[in-house]
Design a protein around this ligand. Sequence first.
Ligand SMILES: Cc1cc2nc3c(=O)[nH]c(=O)nc-3n(C[C@H](O)[C@H](O)[C@H](O)COP(=O)(O)OP(=O)(O)OC[C@H]3O[C@@H](n4cnc5c(N)ncnc54)[C@H](O)[C@@H]3O)c2cc1C
Ligand SMILES: NC(=O)c1ccc[n+]([C@@H]2O[C@H](COP(=O)([O-])OP(=O)(O)OC[C@H]3O[C@@H](n4cnc5c(N)ncnc54)[C@H](O)[C@@H]3O)[C@@H](O)[C@H]2O)c1
Length: 475
Amino acid sequence: MDTEYDLIVIGAGSTGENVADRAVQGGLKVVIVEDELVGGECSYWACMPSKALLRSGEALRAAEAVPGAAEAVTGDLDVAAVLKRRDAFTSSWDDTSQVGWLEGAGIDLVRGRGRITAVREVTVLDTDGQERVLRARHAVAVCTGSEATIPDIPGLRDAAPWTSRDATSVKEIPDSLVIIGGGVVGVEMATAFTDLGARVTIISRGRLLETMETIVGDAVVDRLRDRGVQVMLDTRTTSVTRGPAGVTVETDTGETVQATEVLAATGRRARTDDLGLAVVGLTDGDWLEVDDTMRVKGIDWLYGVGDVNHRVLLTHQGKYQARAAGDVIASRAHGTPVDDAPWGIHVATADHDCVPQVVFSDPEAASVGQTSDVAQQAGIRVRVVDTPLGGVAGAALLMDGYEGTARMVVDEDRGVVVGMTFVGPSVSDLLHAATVAVVGEVHLDRLWHAVPSYPTVNEVWLRLLEAYGRPQPTP
Ligand SMILES: Cc1cc2nc3c(=O)[nH]c(=O)nc-3n(C[C@H](O)[C@H](O)[C@H](O)COP(=O)(O)OP(=O)(O)OC[C@H]3O[C@@H](n4cnc5c(N)ncnc54)[C@H](O)[C@@H]3O)c2cc1C
Ligand SMILES: NC(=O)c1ccc[n+]([C@@H]2O[C@H](COP(=O)([O-])OP(=O)(O)OC[C@H]3O[C@@H](n4cnc5c(N)ncnc54)[C@H](O)[C@@H]3O)[C@@H](O)[C@H]2O)c1
């Protein structure tokens, strides 16, 4: 195999695959280095298995809320079938098909642990202890992602805590699960393991889903409690001990929780510990600080793309960055013009204020852009418009007793939507229209002409515009 390439990509997760693909399409010779499974976290331990664990419960609840279908539901979830479907989505942790995709895309693969050992040089240590030195003519792209943190809570590390990987690859559902952390992983896994029959406690040091509008956390807390989950807010975990019967978790409110397993869902750290960053004057273990073309600040041949740059820890946003990075690496290699002005083809401008995200909780939450608080802190003159989703004909048809809320955040000076949040069943399908409105900075006057189809839940757009009020021509 060759040892010299135009571009070396370290990490074949969804981001690395896309950087490599775009660079090959741009005419570069590219190798990708992967230590575990081609496809990375999203395919095997994150998005896909977690959503597979959640989907069956969601489908069951949807059927139960529609008379006629509800009568046909005669039992509980079939847990074995749910896990089998999850295994199908992870290809039982076998990456053969994704390796086939790399081959088809013209990307060379080297398996092993990559480490930067000199300028534009990566040394790969394979599982047999053999080293191979690869050299890049133009660039190295670090796409090594992130991993779960285990917080410094007394006793937690010794209590064999689960991380998200253990939760999403679970083979046997524990009787009970205590989750530390009220972010996205905590909330989604509380939902999934409740669906799958575990008794769940979630301990959050603040609210749930704190980075979203408060309407989201409030709705999710109510629903989790309705479904028997013990939700402990504003509560710190002070110690964890494991005994023969499971774990005992102590908190600063004096409450104690006993459970079979404990899941640490307290965020992520960069996977850069053993990457040779010190060789190029950076600090091992740090996130990579990059510009909008994903180039590491101060090093013209090094790029950091996806989770590892800590801009936005989401698959779709990593892939978006990857399209910009793969294209700009090719342009810089060929000496062709670089379009790095805001919203140019070689930058990931949307990372700053236009990020869409769906949380697959019960009820679902979907948001894009700035929350009202963030917009206000940014100095925007904000008007917030809330409307209930249940009053929309499409929502009433979707299920009996539909409850949800939509919140529109308007920049009053520019007359555009800068943020949108939906919380309610199946709201993920409403999100992309909001993303287009926010990214496109579509003026509210023009949005009145974007007519939502009747009777779909999208009619909530009309309700929001009516609540905001239609500007009238001046006499
Ligand atoms: C439980 C969970 C659920 C999630 N659900 C969603 C979701 O529904 N939607 C969404 O958008 N996002 C979701 N995310 C976030 C998403 O998983 C990440 O944003 C995404 O996987 C990041 O992709 P990446 O390519 O940057 O990193 P990764 O997918 O982590 O890929 C990095 C790759 O680099 C490899 N690697 C690391 N170091 C080296 C090295 N030195 N040498 C060689 N190879 C190396 C790793 O083995 C890995 O394959 C979820 C995250 C979690 C934890
Ligand atoms: N549907 C999705 O898009 C999806 C699903 C899961 C994960 N993800 C992504 O994966 C990333 C990781 O998710 P996550 O939930 O682990 O992180 P997160 O940042 O969303 O939430 C972490 C939670 O842990 C709490 N926390 C942090 N340190 C703590 C400590 N020492 N003690 C107690 N609590 C502590 C935080 O207050 C927060 O509530 C997120 O950035 C998210 O975007 C996305």
